[in-house]
Each structure stands twice: as structure tokens, then as C-alpha cells.
Design a binder for this molecule. Structure first.
Ligand code: ZN
Length: 150
């Protein structure tokens, strides 16, 4: 188990140092801002919906390693998903980081997102990990006000 945790930690650090899909998204048709007052994480999430499908998703901003890695892995996980599939994944990810492993379901199906399972042991980090997902949901639903984790 320690070895698995090490791998997970490596994955998170890798995505924190070299975030994927970082930068503006030309042709974005949705956008939302997120801010985690507790930690100071800020991000802007850009989304291009093609009908009901996430055509592309990118982000900008500055945050801690957990929030940056979470945003990076979110972009990889959600591209090509339908809005409904994305909502289900959000629910499962949220369950995972809050320690509700029964609701999170089979870790294999969560793929790389399972790397965040350890976050539930650090309540202060839960908001860091979930901020990009709340911001994605706001972009998807076209919320006008910036997202705050408060
Ligand atoms: Zn943070």
C-alpha cells in the first residue's frame, strides 16, 4: 500500500509541476472562475462544449500542488465525456476526496483520479482537490458568479 501511495504521490507531483492543458482555450464557449480562500488557489476554467460533449477543457491560474494537479487531471478525464458522464465523475471524485469510498465506487474506473484518495485524510486539502471540479460544474451550468469553496 505504501508503494501505491508513492506512485499516487508521484502522479500528483508530476501534474502539479507540468500541468496538462494549461492556458487559454481559443473557441471556448463556457468559462468559470474558482477561488479557494482557505488556501489561496485561483483558477479559470475554459470549456468548449460541442453539443452535449466536452470538446475541450483547459485552465489557467495559480494554486497549490493539489489544486493544480487536480485541475490538470480533470482536463484529461473530462475531454470527450458527455455532460451527464462528467456530472457522474464529479460526484464520484467528490465522494473519493471526502472519504466516502462506497459512493466513489471502483477505483479502477476512476483511473488516475484515484490518486486523490489520500486527500480525504487531510480535510484542509479537500477544497483544493475539489475546487477545479466545482469550477467545471459552474462553467458547465453557465454560472455567472465566481465559484468560492466557502
Ligand atoms: Zn490548495
Amino acid at each position: 500500500m505504501a508503494e501505491l501511495e508513492g506512485l499516487y504521490q508521484e502522479l500528483i507531483l508530476d501534474h502539479a509541476k507540468r500541468p496538462r492543458n494549461f492556458g487559454p482555450l481559443p473557441g471556448a464557449n463556457r468559462r468559470a472562475e474558482g477561488f479557494n480562500r482557505l488556501c489561496g488557489d485561483r483558477l479559470i476554467l475554459y470549456l468548449r462544449m460541442e453539443g452535449d460533449v466536452v470538446g475541450d477543457v483547459r485552465f489557467e491560474g495559480a494554486g497549490c500542488a493539489i489544486s493544480t494537479a487536480s485541475a490538470s487531471l480533470l482536463t484529461e478525464a473530462l475531454k470527450g465525456k458527455t455532460a451527464a458522464e462528467a456530472e457522474v465523475l464529479f460526484q464520484r471524485f467528490h465522494a473519493l476526496v471526502t472519504g466516502d469510498f462506497a459512493a466513489a465506487g471502483d477505483p479502477d474506473e476512476l483511473g488516475k483520479l484515484a490518486a486523490f484518495s489520500g486527500v480525504s485524510e487531510f480535510p484542509v486539502r479537500v477544497k483544493c482537490a475539489s475546487l477545479p471540479w466545482h469550477t467545471f460544474a459552474a462553467a458547465l451550468h453557465g454560472a455567472a458568479a465566481p465559484v468560492s469553496t466557502e
